[in-house]
Design a protein around this ligand. Structure first.
Ligand SMILES: C[S@@+](CC[C@H](N)C(=O)[O-])C[C@H]1O[C@@H](n2cnc3c(N)ncnc32)[C@H](O)[C@@H]1O
Length: 211
């Protein structure tokens, strides 16, 4: 059985959610990067929806989330949230036009199983959008080196964009399209960062993978 890494989120859901208000330029930059790769319209789901900061603003009405306290905040934002993990999604095959994962891949116990599950619940023409901290970016390297000091990221396994591409291809996805943003410390941003094509420079990387 999968033991989801939810402890820090379960205990500090409100504080986690507050990060987005305190770092609003980073939040807006991240939203813009994910939004650019999101297929619209269609029926979507956010896997590991957390407090719904992304689903709420991106118009995604359904999420899956193993932490009860995170789910409660997401529901207050008007998102329908089902309890469960990415590795065993509580949905039938071929239900969604798209699925989204934002900063959750690094917490999965079994990323291969999670990506296979996302593939399974997508329609034949469906897409998966994965946003992640790129371990190969300058800031990603710092986060990786300092993760033992972080309440949330201590149990995380960060991946490079190349590694994420490999995981997606192994799960059956094709046509990978990368974007990146957050090129300096989120707390020091005086405005939004641009969203650029490719990967390796921005700490917040996003890839769209088609089924
Ligand atoms: C850093 S938060 C991201 C939440 C949200 N996607 C966001 O970007 O604000 C990571 C989330 O992943 C969830 N999580 C941990 N393990 C998981 C798993 N195996 N399947 C699904 N979600 C998981 C945690 O409970 C937490 O809400």
């Amino acid at each position: 059985m999968v033991m989801a890494k939810i402890g820090p989120f379960e205990e500090n859901a409100g504080k986690y959610d507050g990060w987005f208000a305190e770092n609003r330029f980073a939040y807006e930059s991240e939203l813009q990067a994910v939004g650019m790769l999101l297929p619209r319209p269609g029926t979507g789901v956010e896997i590991g929806v957390g407090t719904g900061r992304f689903a709420g603003r991106l118009g995604i009405r359904l999420g899956v989330e193993p932490s009860k306290s995170m789910r409660t905040i997401a529901r207050d934002r008007g998102i329908a949230v089902v309890g469960g993990t990415a590795e065993a999604l509580p949905f039938r095959d071929g239900r969604f036009d798209y699925a989204v994962m934002v900063t959750v891949l690094c917490f999965f116990d079994d990323p291969d199983a999670a990506l296979r599950e996302a593939y399974r619940v997508l329609k034949l023409s469906g897409s998966l959008v994965v946003a992640f901290i790129d371990r190969a970016s300058p800031l990603g390297k710092e986060y990786d080196a300092r993760k033992a000091d972080s309440v949330y990221f201590r149990p995380a396994t960060f991946y490079s964009a190349g590694e994420v591409a490999g995981l997606l291809k192994r799960a059956g996805f094709r046509t990978l399209d990368f974007r990146q943003t957050i090129f300096g410390e989120p707390g020091a941003m005086a405005g939004m960062d641009p969203v650029r094509e490719g990967s390796g420079e921005g700490c917040f990387a996003v890839v769209r993978a088609d089924k």
